[in-house]
Design a binder for this molecule. Sequence first.
Ligand SMILES: [Zn+2]
Length: 609
Amino acid sequence: MNQRRRITTAHGFSHRWVLSCLLALLIPIRSPVPSRGDVIVLANRTGHEVPLKFTPLTGQVQHVRLAIGENLPLYLDGKAEIAFSSAGRARQYVLDANCAYYFGRGSGGAIDLQKIGLGEDGTLAEGRTLPGTASRTPVKTISVKVLVDDEEPGRRLVWERRLRHRVEAASAVFGKYFRTRFEVVATDTWNSNNATTDFFETLAEFEREVKPAPAQLAIGFTSQWTMFRGRTHMAGTRGPMHPYILAREANPQVGEVERLEYLIHELGHFMGAAHSPEADSVMRPILGDKLAGRQNFRIQLDPVNSLAVAIISDEMRRRELSSVSELDVNTRKRLGQIYLELARALPDDPAAPRYAQLVRSEANSPVVVAAKHVLERIVGKAMENRALPTAKGNEPGTLVRRQGDELTEHLVREAARAAFEQPDQVQRQAFLLAIVACLGGGEPLANYPPTRNMLAALEDPSEQVVRRTVVGRPTLKARPDLLQHFLTSSLLAATVGIEPAYTAGIAKEMADAKTASGFSFADLAAGRAGARFALAVLNKKLRLEDIAESFSVSSYLPDLADLPEQLPAKEFAERYGTTSDPRFQREIEAIDRRILALPGYPPQKVAPH
Ligand SMILES: [Zn+2]
């Protein structure tokens, strides 16, 4: 039996990683692991400095003088109030989290504040929660390896100093606005192929030949070509958090300021910026227009890309991330909206649509798409059920509203029926994901990285509210808490494996033993039954057709009435010692025997665990 089968392959979480995180994440199920983290960008297009008072709804007042042309990200939790004076009169507004605003002049010449519409749907206006610790590192350092190819004419001492300076200058821009800096930790050389003339072929060669380690990001400066004309690429990378950037170095027509601008542009891509239609943005699609060499020119991102980069950097400071797919679902949702707006503004440019696709991939993953269909169907069935009368009328054959165990059985059967219509490769995972989302059990997993993104991609918070109301109160053996344990463990087993699910189940009860609820062998048994059920579904030991036909609570959950419950830690220790004590192990084995003997698992079909 493959115990590490995962519900989706989109996550690269290892078994060991999960075990080490379980205790940290699953025991304090009641304390929220994610914390708030938001940003608001203010841009100044008035032509004058704008003094203002910025007051986060939770946090300290900040007095800011917004310089001419500046795009300033302000980090906070949730919304903020802003106050400034316009033509001698005080103005005050409430600003939404994760949005960009600009100061401009109205028809009368008075300054005012406008929101830059970026596809927001209101769901993140109050702020977003992010996994990782709230105690933010003030500045995130991204380590860089700088390389030159064999065509570099300068001696090592010379090119090292030149390129280190350039990275430092670029880093200053990101340090000031995005609390992120780039630090050169290694330098090296590589041999580029003289026959290659295409930029992206050279980039591919660089990616093959060079390893970024010990740094996170490798920046290669090639002197392979000495001539360039028109729209030839001067530098490039493949998208946000891609660990390689390649830039052309040898070109006498390009000055150091412009080289710096190219580097900031590519580092902007690394940090999640796409191309901008604004002519003075470092993220304009075509550089090399000599703009950077002008006096008083400020090399900076536009407000929209500033927002995108600030949103990503806020999450980067909390935990180690190596690809866009690891970003939190709320981050990816907001970035998706921002990129689609940039794509609309620059319809011929491929960057923004590609980035949008990258960040929206989870919502479009086959398992989530299939689970959405299943969830939609069972919520529909729950609505039909809710419309039924609660007591039998005089008419023979009238249906009565299903409740408790009967409601659970009805919805699980309908979920299996709907899942069976989905593509074969994803139907079993989609079934499990949908019943967990629909019947509950997802709450403790909503904060747990391997399941959080999937559950969140499945439905919007507004849909969740509607769904909770229509579904009612399903139970197992008349107990809603047993159903929660059954479902939580089933999704955990399907996502990270049965052993971690078992370990988490025991850890949860040991934590409960220290509280008023106490250690419950019934809860533990319901969890183990759920994990066993999920494994049997994934391994096709249980067929969806059969579940659709005849799922019943008594087939998959043993009698638990005689199992000890509400044991305080002291009593647990007296009766069972620790969780590795033979007395405790005997109880667990007895529970597992009961589960294996259930009518849902015919003896000849059960593989020994
Ligand atoms: Zn670009």
